[in-house]
Ligand binder design. Sequence first.
Ligand code: ADP
Ligand code: MG
Length: 259
Amino acid sequence: MANENVLEIKDITVDFDGFCALLRVNVNVRRHSIHFFIGPNGAGKTTLLDIICAKTAPTSGVCMFYPEGRKPVKLTGMKEYKIVGEGIGRKFQVPSVFVNLSVMDNMILSLKGNKGVLQSVFFRLSKEEEEQINEVLRTIDLLDKKDEKAGSLAHGQKQWLEIGMQLVQKPEIIMLDEPAAGMGKPETFKSGEILKKIKETCTILVVEHDMEFVKQISDKVTVLHEGKVLIEGTCDEVLADQTVQAVYLGRGGERNAED
Ligand SMILES: Nc1ncnc2c1ncn2[C@@H]1O[C@H](COP(=O)(O)OP(=O)(O)O)[C@@H](O)[C@H]1O
Ligand SMILES: [Mg+2]
């Protein structure tokens, strides 16, 4: 039987010169789910994404990736650049689109890969490639902006374009670190609706503070605290947990009160 988990994080410990950023973390991620990692600042969320994409090597433990129709891949110990080729994409907080190129050219660049900017831009697209790009642009609601310069897009649209640039490479997993940062409520909500469409074709790991956003789209939530998994469950289960309220939401409340 096919493994219903696309990713298994097994007993991961990360020790930065005596400081334990993650301690014996175990998480299974279901295929085609939206899986959130939440927790206070310093909980280890970004470190965990770094482990999955092999940017950081764990002190112990392994990360296994179960691609559809291929043999399992041990991510731990791989070169970071090879992870993308395996089908795992990552979007960082700062957009890295080419602001002087059109939306379409950004997409073409991403599809054609590392062939140099000019060469890619003048590369002829096959009918299928063009349709593939159009389909992604439809998903991220940028089809009618395809000829506009990426630099002229709104903040949220740039974020969606960057997600689109990952999607065109047909990843099985995408990782988003604080995708709603800097977005207003309507844009955040729309991001959620876009991610729900995307999960039909891929699995999404998200680190995010905005609890409305977590409620809107999460299938599973893992709460990290001081490098350990505090609890895991549906959004409702996690929010109902007293320890979570004390360590996480309590602090959020304090922070909001200061604002
Ligand atoms: N390269 C590193 N060297 C030493 N400590 C680090 C390093 N990266 C992260 N940390 C520490 O590990 C802890 C977890 O960090 P991080 O994963 O960024 O937390 P989060 O994303 O949940 O806010 C923090 O205390 C941070 O200072
Ligand atoms: Mg972080």
